[in-house]
Design a protein around this ligand. Sequence first.
Ligand code: SAM
Length: 389
Amino acid sequence: MSAVDFPVLRHACAETLSARGAFDGAPGLRAAFEAVPREHFVPDRVWLPERDTSERWRLLDRQMEPVQWVRRVYDPDTALITQLDDGAVGRTGPAKGEFTSSLSCPSVVVWMLRVLGQVQGAVLEIGTGYGYGTALLRAWLTPVRLTTMDIDSSVAEQARRLLADGGWLANVITGDGEAGHEAGAPYAGIIATGSVYRVPPAWLKQLSAGGVLVMPVATPFGTDALLRLVGDGQGGAAGRFVGAVAFMRLRGQREPGPWSVYGWGRLPDYGMTLSPSPDSTGQRIWLAPGDRSIRAIRVVRSRGVAEGRPRRPCCAAHDRVRSQPVRRSSGGLRTWSSAPFAVRSRRRPIGPGRLLGRCAPVRRDGKHAPLVRAVGLRVPAGSPGLGAP
Ligand SMILES: C[S@@+](CC[C@H](N)C(=O)[O-])C[C@H]1O[C@@H](n2cnc3c(N)ncnc32)[C@H](O)[C@@H]1O
């Protein structure tokens, strides 16, 4: 296949992604995608995440299967594996082993960039791989400073060379990305392409106020979840999960601890309510109270002045069993984040994403308007501690 076919294939890949809405709300991202030749970053031999009959990963060799190679380079949904077992396995044939470096598939790379958004300022990427995502970051955001880190020196060296060859300016650092790169901080954007159990504190510390952190987080549900956080500039951040992904873990986070250590509930902490209707509208999954001695919670009344911010909704939750107030909050996001459990109101269990219950806006004079039943009220995007609706 001649070199002139690559832009055509890239365009076709962009068309497929575009039809799925992959570039929606991200001006310039498609142009950047079409400007960066993915083939430049793909070695002649890669493993496909597909097993042969002997349970080995299939090796795709450009010399042996040139058409297949090109097709896979521009398949929106194929990740190309470049390293197994931290490089212990040579790229010489089909092999067994753990994926330890890859080119993530185009659909996921583009999605993560879209989730990051058009941040203005310095950007840090954790997990350079061979540098394809780095080149897209450079082409799309043209950040003042683009720093990318990979823990594997041979991978980082290859990326350094490939990026320099194509003229994509980036500071490629060999090192443990969990420590971030203090010298380039603060970052308006941090994007990690390896998943974590625990968000490294250095990332939060190095994120500017309003900066965006996008990373896959390991969950107890058999999948990683893509998390988007916005930093507060003081080492804290809040955000929410935006979807499911599957990533290799960052090197230092390969051994999981008990899920509770990371703040996750266990499966029994989630509940499901089924109504008689047979379709999905009759089904709701909700996050149950962590303290299972509290069997029913209801919002009984609004309380407190909204911390000097009138007209914000307020709520208080009562433990119906013990008749004790268990959580109480007022004002803005906190109101909702204080109730990341199913609230039972009028004998209807409800989900955390759609807080049904009795909520009252606080009037300017600090008094409460009459209680209203806030049916269908959406929990604001970005509320911390809430499960997906
Ligand atoms: C999925 S690959 C990167 C994909 C790449 N960003 C792309 O656009 O195709 C993940 C990379 O993270 C690197 N990695 C693993 N642990 C790391 C760590 N603690 N710090 C930095 N890089 C790490 C691996 O060596 C691997 O190259």
